[in-house]
Ligand binder design. Structure first.
Ligand SMILES: *Cc1c(COP(=O)(O)O)cnc(C)c1O
Length: 499
């Protein structure tokens, strides 16, 4: 990866003996608080951190943060990821000492407040999705899917249906769906999309038999399209004894409009860190609560919160439960943020969220289709997909447009996903963006289309304005440089190679 001269300088500003803070001598040196630690357990060598004054450290990190794209600095239309603005009041709530100082092993009587929040969030999710019971334990969407697969197997096992080994997944599905099912040992079978981007009913019927454990489905799907035949799909799978799993990572188009529970789904996960406004994208923490209809409630991971006339308590362990999927009670900080979001936005606010998310996406789609090809040009839900295939002659890929958008001050949309669209560019504006921002993005896209015709090389080598330009994405994932020591090592290797 290319590191700008600036970064290198900040990393190498270390001067032996330079300090940012000087600790009170009497507390930390004369009166050694660690004196009871046996010598063999004490570190014998220095830790090797860079040695800098406080202003250099502050400047280093602030300057690094300014090189980043985030929802707080830029429009971030990353499809399927719902990078909406996260109100700061959620952060304020999660930071309150009354929450941060809680211990997960505290007794029920001493922690009624957080119990109430866990309970109320579950109630809210039940109402929003039409499910009967939720576990808040899973730490992310994919973790929720894995939990869902555990529930599917437990349910079929309880009915002695051990021959159900197949999980059906549409070809437009998010990659985590087949991955979660396969990781859990299911045989993944792909169901084809029809020419309008929906589940091909005839192909679905071909795969339905007594071996189907479940169908995993996203609705609206990753093309941003609502499955018009959803009731028929869920009825068909149920007729064959299979369960219906709903990937609810992106609930943004459904809030207060439609409920997976009413569509016939048995299990659902939701991503609190997408729809319910927790910052994400940096690798966590997230939260992927899993909801079920009552016939699956006995299998949920425990413990679950119950409301009694004497207050909130942990429910007794259910013997049929699949067991815990996470230590303690999930990522409670994320749960507090989601709870705050629901309480501040209210029922009517939620409906407005979805209305605006859908309106924003359709507005952009209609404007952009004058210049770009929409994969399937129908009214969309919260996101839509362009196909950049039309620029094949100029040798331009979806990723090149993503890179060029960075120069215009926009985070790239999702590229090369969903896989069913060649050269896909997937755009999700979310409800929190002003019309002026959407218009600026549309203008940038139109400008880029012009550049493709006039000077395609410019697009192929974008971005031109950022310190990191075209890193090798495979190496960046397989051999990440995560610390300044890695960077130094990399630098010496490069110098050696050059010598
Ligand atoms: C984000 C997403 C997931 C996975 O969620 P993680 O929290 O990243 O594990 C699954 N399905 C869809 C449709 C998603 O957009």
């Amino acid at each position: 990866m290319l590191i700008s001269q600036d970064d290198r300088l900040s990393f190498e500003k270390s001067v032996p003996g330079r300090r940012g803070v000087i600790l009170p001598k009497e507390r930390f040196c004369e009166n050694d608080p660690f004196k009871n630690i046996p010598p063999h357990l004490k570190r014998q060598t220095t830790i090797g951190f860079p040695e800098l004054g406080e202003p250099e450290v502050i400047r280093h990190f602030i300057n690094l943060s300014r090189k980043n794209f985030s929802v707080d600095t830029h429009f971030y239309p990353l499809g399927s990821c719902t990078m909406k603005y996260n109100p700061k009041v959620n952060e304020w709530a999660a930071r309150q000492e009354k929450f941060t100082a809680l211990h997960p092993l505290q007794t029920e009587e001493t922690a009624q407040g957080i119990f109430e929040i866990l309970y109320e969030l579950e109630e809210g999710l039940k109402e929003i999705t039409g499910m009967d019971r939720f576990t808040l334990q899973p730490a992310a969407g994919a973790h929720g899917e894995l939990t869902g697969m555990m529930l599917v197997r437990a349910y079929h096992a309880s009915r002695s249906e051990t021959k159900r080994t197949k999980v059906l997944v549409p070809d437009s599905s998010h990659g985590t769906n087949p991955a979660s099912a396969a990781l859990f040992g299911y045989h993944v079978v792909e169901v084809k999309s029809d020419s309008r981007g929906r589940v091909d009913l005839e192909d679905l019927k071909r795969h339905l038999d007594e071996h189907v454990a479940c169908l995993m489905l996203t609705n609206p799907n990753t093309l941003g399209l609502f499955e018009k035949n959803i009731l028929e799909i869920t009825k068909l799978v149920h007729q064959y004894g299979g369960l219906l799993y709903y990937d609810g990572a992106n609930l943004n188009p459904l809030l207060g409009i439609a409920r997976p529970g009413d569509m016939g789904f048995d299990i659902i996960h939701v991503n609190l860190h997408k729809t319910f406004s927790t910052p994400h994208g940096g690798g966590g923490p997230g939260s992927g609560p899993v909801g079920v209809k009552s016939h699956l409630a006995a299998f949920l991971p425990g413990p679950l919160v119950e409301k009694t006339k004497n207050g909130f308590v942990w429910a007794k362990k259910n013997p049929q439960s699949v067991g815990r999927v996470k230590l303690f009670h999930g990522n409670v900080g994320v749960i507090i943020r989601a709870y705050t979001y629901l309480k501040t936005i209210g029922k009517e606010g939620l409906r407005q969220v979805s209305d605006a998310a859908i309106l924003n996406a359709n507005y952009m789609k209609e404007k952009l289709k004058e210049t770009f090809q929409v994969a399937i040009d129908e009214p969309c839900m919260h996101e839509f997909v362009l196909s950049i295939k039309t620029f094949d002659a100029q040798g331009i890929h979806a990723g090149d447009i993503g890179k060029r958008l960075l120069d215009y001050g926009f985070h790239a949309p999702t590229v090369h996903f969903p896989l069913v669209v060649p050269e896909a560019l997937m755009i999700e504006p979310t409800e929190t963006e002003a019309k002026e921002t959407l218009d600026r993005f549309i203008e940038a896209m139109e400008q880029i289309a012009k550049e493709i015709h006039e000077d395609p090389e410019k697009i192929k080598h974008a971005p031109h304005t950022l310190p990191v330009r075209r890193p090798n994405d495979v190496l960046a994932a397989r051999k990440p440089i995560l610390s300044y020591r890695d960077q130094l090592r990399e630098k010496y290797l490069l110098a050696e190679a050059a010598a």
